[in-house]
Design a protein around this ligand. Structure first.
Ligand SMILES: *[C@@H]1O[C@H](CO)[C@@H](O)[C@H](O)[C@H]1NC(C)=O
Ligand SMILES: *[C@@H]1O[C@H](CO)[C@@H](O)[C@H](O)[C@H]1NC(C)=O
Ligand SMILES: *[C@@H]1O[C@H](CO)[C@@H](O)[C@H](O)[C@H]1NC(C)=O
Ligand SMILES: *[C@@H]1O[C@H](CO)[C@@H](O)[C@H](O)[C@H]1NC(C)=O
Ligand SMILES: *[C@@H]1O[C@H](CO)[C@@H](O)[C@H](O)[C@H]1NC(C)=O
Ligand SMILES: *[C@@H]1O[C@H](CO)[C@@H](O)[C@H](O)[C@H]1NC(C)=O
Ligand SMILES: *[C@@H]1O[C@H](CO)[C@@H](O)[C@H](O)[C@H]1NC(C)=O
Length: 496
């Protein structure tokens, strides 16, 4: 049946795909290397203005500082090796166009960070509060910290103010603030389309997504593939895609694979725009493995430490990339989020329209409580439609935190440094084993912290019923919506 619902309408030529790949709209991008007095280019080819001479920061306050040590894991000396240090609140004002931008803040803790504790606000949203960059870097197992936010600059103003505010110190006046780099990259609206529609059929309107919602990127993973550096991102957005292996829970890693040589990755704009993710994300994947019996006995699971008490948008990128999986009902699986079924009968061919075709689905996860928690994402074969293979697949995954509306905040606590990890700042590295141990330890800590949340209410909503599916016909039963049944801790499925 599904084949008639999803005719392969799209016959893009390889040539047109290649043409769309190059360039991208880079206008309106702003990069400030804070504490630097001259322009410089980073390893990704991005040009940075020194904030001491930039028109974006006339009469910049604070003092310029230089890092005393260049960690070998730094992706580039620019903008990490210089910093601007503030002992009182300072606002950078950037001229921006209306609409959405990525705002990236770069922090490399060095001697100038010794007494740094500060907040950052931008566009009226608190991005960081009492931020300790040293602790955050230690906890994550990196020498440096990049925080990426997506903000919608509203119509009233076309200035994006980014304010660094030292936290008050009980001992003397205040701590100080620092920043190494600030980057602004305009983007189209990547979040509110396709528009979720909940407010009918007696369903409670739980949609918390507003057009002006601010997001923080928590994780962006090229599942089953190598990390993809910013210069290789799609759309000229300079996103960074990490390998997913450090987040896999347990010993069962599944298998990773690349696309067959005779498969080309195809997008389907506007529902799957070419800038959704670079081809490299879709061209590699992780599946459970070739052995059906083993697959039935485990869940392919990733664990992500996140801040409790926020809504999260999880974006799963899928693409079938190897023969013989070309037809409907060859591979069908469950997506579990926090041990709840977010999706049953996930069949990538049904959603995408064929082998090599990229697609993504979004799920909204509601968490309550405070402090740190672990978010679980798991895949398992769904046998209800008697698929040919008992397996599951994932190509990419993004986890975004949504702002809290009432208090206009994205800020969470500083992550706790995993116990029993012998790490010094000079030895930060991006190696998988380090990240892995960090995540495993964080998980242990998270389980303990979980006891602190007397009530952890979790609700998973699915809304991405892609436009093409909506046009094509009735929703699959799998497009269910999980909503609260009553004011208890548990949420059950509600069907149309
Ligand atoms: C803050 O830094 C400025 C130099 O940028 C200095 O003149 C001033 O005395 C400092 N204030 C405090 C309270 O340390
Ligand atoms: C930041 O965190 C580090 C590591 O936990 C700690 O040593 C330092 O005192 C903290 N800084 C402030 C200002 O709290
Ligand atoms: C940005 O900050 C400047 C001064 O720091 C202020 O004059 C202006 O009104 C602010 N703009 C917005 C949109 O908050
Ligand atoms: C930004 O928010 C406004 C509403 O405040 C909305 O109309 C607009 O579509 C949003 N733009 C983007 C790119 O999200
Ligand atoms: C593509 O290559 C794979 C093996 O690499 C092969 O099994 C498959 O039949 C080929 N498909 C087509 C359409 O040529
Ligand atoms: C999911 O279930 C496992 C095993 O029962 C449990 O250890 C874990 O804490 C649960 N995760 C979440 C986020 O509830
Ligand atoms: C997989 O996860 C689901 C949801 O947490 C759980 O119900 C199921 O028992 C798990 N299956 C295995 C084999 O661990």
């Amino acid at each position: 049946m599904a084949m008639t619902l999803f005719p392969l309408l799209l016959l893009l030529t390889v040539a047109s795909l290649a043409g769309a790949e190059s360039g991208g709209d880079v206008s309106g991008q702003i990069r400030l290397s804070c504490g630097a007095s001259a322009s410089a280019t980073d390893e990704d080819g991005r040009a940075w203005d020194g904030d001491a001479t930039s028109t974006f920061a006339p009469s910049v306050a604070g003092v310029a500082a230089a890092a005393s040590y260049q960690d070998p894991s730094l992706p580039s000396t620019v903008p990490y090796m210089t910093a601007r240090v503030f002992n009182s609140s300072y606002t950078y004002s950037f001229p921006v166009r209306l609409g959405r931008v990525f705002l990236r803040l770069y922090f490399y803790p060095s001697a100038y960070a010794d007494d740094a504790l500060f907040g950052v606000t931008a566009g009226g949203v608190t991005l960081l509060r009492d931020f300790n960059a040293t602790q955050t870097a230690l906890a994550l197992g990196y020498a440096y910290v990049v925080r990426e936010f997506s903000l919608n600059v509203s119509s009233e103003t076309t200035t994006l103010n980014v304010t660094f505010s030292p936290s008050l110190s009980p001992r003397r006046g205040s701590h100080h603030a620092f920043v190494n780099g600030i980057e602004i990259v305009p983007t189209p609206d990547m979040f509110t389309t396709p528009v979720p529609t909940f407010a009918n059929g007696g369903r409670p309107d739980l949609a918390p997504i507003r057009a002006d919602t601010a997001y923080q990127t928590m994780y962006r993973l090229n599942v089953g593939g190598e990390g993809i550096t910013p210069s290789h991102d799609a759309g000229g957005f300079y996103r960074n895609w990490d390998n997913d292996a450090p987040y896999i829970a347990g010993a069962a890693f599944g298998v990773t694979f690349e696309k067959d040589n005779n498969v080309s990755i195809q997008y389907n704009p506007p529902s799957v725009p070419r800038n959704a993710a670079p081809e490299g994300v879709y061209a590699t994947a992780r599946s459970m493995g070739p052995n059906a019996q083993i697959n039935l006995n485990y869940n392919l699971t990733w664990i992500f430490p996140v801040d409790a008490g926020f809504y999260y948008l999880l974006r799963f990128h899928f693409c079938e990339i190897q023969y013989p999986i070309t037809k409907v009902n060859q591979r069908s699986f469950f997506i579990y989020i926090n041990n709840q079924t977010a999706q049953s009968q996930m069949d990538v061919i049904v959603w995408s329209g064929g082998i090599g075709r990229a697609v993504y689905t979004d799920y909204l996860v509601v968490t309550t409580g405070s402090g740190e928690m672990d978010m679980w994402v798991a895949l398992h074969p769904d046998l209800s439609s008697r698929p040919e293979y008992y397996d599951a697949i994932l190509n990419g995954l993004e986890v975004f935190k949504l702002q809290k509306y009432g208090i206009h905040s994205l800020a969470g606590p500083n992550p706790t440094i995993p116990p029993k990890r012998v790490v010094s700042m000079v030895d930060g590295s991006r190696s998988e084993s380090r990240k892995k141990s960090s995540v495993v330890c964080a998980t242990v800590g998270g389980v303990a912290a979980g006891c602190l949340f007397a009530v952890l209410v979790v609700c998973v909503l699915t809304w991405t019923i892609r436009r093409r599916l909506q046009k094509a016909g009735p929703l699959k039963p799998a497009d269910g919506l999980l909503v609260p049944t009553k004011s208890s801790d548990l949420f059950g499925p509600v069907h149309n």
